[in-house]
Each structure stands twice: as structure tokens, then as C-alpha cells.
Design a protein around this ligand. Structure first.
Ligand SMILES: [Zn+2]
Length: 238
């Protein structure tokens, strides 16, 4: 199921937000997920809701700006747009709590064996554990679906994003997204100086500034994904 985001234009600033249909997830109040973050892509939400009772989570959807802030705080987060969290396909587990709730904590000896048990259980329900490019994130799982489960999830995330979100944008929309980023990041350098649909020196300068601040390479073919990730808002669907 590929989903097209709704465009929300701010007439005054020319800024553009993209509203992505997502499902809200009910998690127990003791789970440490912020109230704004309880969203997943509708298909991934179905995978989540099929998981056994007792799963404890610490993070779900995260805005591109949130990813950027996590990097700034020194956490091992992917750049805006590169994280499965930005597309509503990833969750972070409270591993110890989940192990306790699933009866793994006391019955399985040793952390490695406990982790193997968790990964096996998650895989049964279509959740893939990955190696992060910057090291091990053993709490992070992607809802790629049963057929897709493997340990090479970093690349599968990209394939998944391509097949599940329509991320095509026009040059005019590119300028609208940069305008929004200038506001979000409070950084006038990201302002393309108007939305006229012509990518000239001002727009290129704004793109360069965005690239410098977020450290998302201008030459990366998914550069615009990163902008979209920063300007996306979940729109709750049933
Ligand atoms: Zn994660």
C-alpha cells in the first residue's frame, strides 16, 4: 500500500507541510513514548497490534527535526529522513521490560541468549532487528513484514520507504519545504527567498545551508526525503 501525503500550504509564508496518514498506537502509560510520537504507518501499525501482549516501547514515530535533535544530543540516531522512525516503520523496545513481560528474563540465561529469544519472537511477527551503520542498536526493530525479515534491514528500509510512501515533489514544493525548514530550525539561511518553482541560486544556497546544518549530503539522491521528513506531520487515520 503506497500512501500519498496531503499537502498543507501556509499561504502567508509559502511554507509547506506534508500530512502523512498514520495510525495512533495505544501504549501503556508506563512506556516512555512521548504523546506526540505514538504513530506508525497503517501497515506497520497492524504488525504492531499483532505483537504479543506485554511489549514495552520507548519510541515510535519521530520527526525529522527530532532525529536532528537526537544527533545533536549525541545519541546514535540516523540523519533526518534516513531513520525508519521518520517514516513510522520503526519502534525502540524497552528490552528488559519486554523480556520480563514475555517470560524471557528469568528463564533464559545470559544477555546474548535473551536477545536471541527476543529477536526470534519479533521476527515471527514481521519485525526485523538491524545493525545500525554506526554500531549496534539492539533495541531498534523495523516493521518490514514477514517476507522481508532479515538482518540487513538498513537497506531494506529504503526499499520499504520507496514502496510505501509517495515522496515525489515538484520544485515549487521543494522551495515550500525549505521555507518551512527555515521556520522550524529558526535559520534564515534555509529560506529560499520565495516560492516561484524555479530553482536558482537562492534556492541552491538554502539547500546548501540545510545540508550543512543537518549533515545530510546535498549529493545524496534522497536529499529531498530528508526535507520531507523534517516537514511531515502525522495525520491520524482509523
Ligand atoms: Zn530506533
Amino acid at each position: 500500500m503506497q500512501i500519498t501525503p496531503e499537502r498543507q500550504l501556509d499561504e502567508q509564508t509559502g511554507g509547506l507541510k506534508l500530512l502523512f496518514p498514520m495510525k495512533r498506537i495505544d501504549v501503556p502509560s508506563r512506556d516512555a513514548v512521548g504523546s506526540r510520537n505514538k504513530f506508525l504507518h497503517p501497515e506497520v501499525a497492524d504488525l504492531f497490534n499483532a505483537l504479543p501482549e506485554g511489549i514495552a516501547v520507548t519510541d515510535m514515530w519521530r520527526s525529522g527535526k527530532g532525529s536532528f535533535q537526537a544527533i545533536k544530543r549525541g545519541r546514535p540516531a540516523a540523519k533526518p529522513g534516513n531513520s525508519g522512525h521518520n517514516w513510522g516503520m520503526s519502534i525502540d523496545l524497552d528490552l528488559k521490560q519486554t523480556m520480563k513481560n514475555w517470560g524471557i528474563w528469568k528463564t533464559v540465561p545470559g544477555w546474548a541468549a535473551k536477545m536471541a529469544a527476543i529477536r526470534e519472537r519479533m521476527a515471527e511477527f514481521g519485525w526485523c532487528w538491524i545493525y545500525h551503520s554506526k554500531g549496534l542498536e539492539e533495541w531498534h526493530f523495523n516493521g518490514l513484514g514477514k517476507g522481508e525479515v532479515n538482518t540487513n534491514g538498513f537497506y531494506s528500509v529504503r526499499d520499504w520507504v520507496v514502496s510505501h510512501w509517495d515522496l515525489t515533489i515538484t520544485d515549487r514544493e521543494l522551495q515550500g519545504l525549505l521555507t518551512t525548514c527555515a521556520i522550524i530550525f529558526e535559520d534564515e539561511g534555509m529560506n529560499p527567498g520565495g516560492v516561484d518553482g524555479i530553482v536558482g541560486p537562492k534556492t541552491r544556497r538554502a539547500m546548501k545551508r540545510y545540508s550543512d546544518v543537518t549533515r545530510f549530503s546535498l549529493t545524496n539522491s534522497r536529499f529531498h526525503w530528508s526535507l520531507i521528513a523534517c516537514c511531515m506531520e502525522p495525520k491520524e487515520v482509523e
